[in-house]
Write a protein that binds this ligand. Structure first.
Ligand code: COA
Length: 190
């Protein structure tokens, strides 16, 4: 893919399109994901009813150079069903987070399919060397996905956060994958 910093991103998978958010994408359904306690529990954030203006400021703050807000859209309908955020530092390390906001799509392999294509983009097009994600210790579906994709659990930050559900202390896990590891995994040898 030919891409320059600031360009909108568009990545196709078999079932989904992963693309940079634009102003007109800041809709009620996007706002409703942030207000859904089940979705936000995965992030260990309180549910939040953002105003349209707040969400617009947030979404438009991503520059498509070092910070990306990438919607995941169902290709058959074009409808956004979730998103990735990506933040790249000056060491060619990217931190990503994912939300499948439309719960009808949970359990349908969305993360595995779309994150694979996102990793290809980050490693091959952007020249990133390492990608990390930081699920909390109760987010078993997220942990499952990181393990299944060949990420290594590099650290457990013990009792790092307070649970938004019950105020217990939660571990936070740091999962990472390096460019050569992903290349091996993709070839089916990793
Ligand atoms: C986390 C999230 C993206 C996962 O979506 P998903 O991939 O559709 O999740 P699934 O329910 O398919 O779970 C993924 C895998 O984990 C496994 N899993 C789920 N709960 C599990 C549990 N309690 N124990 C063991 N495995 C479990 C599932 O079996 C599934 O594997 P399979 O595909 O082989 O069946 C989605 O739940 C979400 O958006 N949550 C809110 C935001 C969030 O938590 N983001 C991640 C922040 S790090």
């Amino acid at each position: 893919m030919i891409w320059s910093p600031g360009d909108l991103v568009e990545i196709e998978t078999v079932r989904f399109l992963v693309r940079s958010i634009e102003r007109e994408d800041v809709t009620e359904s996007l706002l409703s994901w942030m207000a859904d306690p089940e979705v936000m529990t995965g992030l260990n954030l309180p549910e939040r009813r953002m105003s349209q203006a707040q969400a617009l400021r947030w979404a438009m703050g991503f520059d498509n150079a070092r910070q990306f807000f990438l919607l995941v859209c169902d290709r058959t309908t074009g409808t956004p069903i979730g998103f990735f955020t990506v933040t790249i530092d000056s060491h060619k390390t990217a931190e990503t987070a994912v939300v499948v906001g439309d719960r009808n799509y949970w359990g349908k392999n969305v993360v595995m399919e779309t994150r694979a294509a996102l990793l290809d983009f980050l490693f091959d097009t952007l020249g990133i060397y390492k990608v990390i994600g930081r699920p909390h210790g109760r987010n078993l579906s997220s942990i499952y996905n990181y393990n299944a994709m060949g990420f290594t659990c590099e650290a457990v930050l013990r009792a790092q956060m307070l649970s938004v559900v019950d105020n217990d202390r939660l571990d936070q896990l740091v999962y990472g994958i390096l460019a050569p590891e992903w290349a091996e995994k993709r070839k089916g040898t990793g």
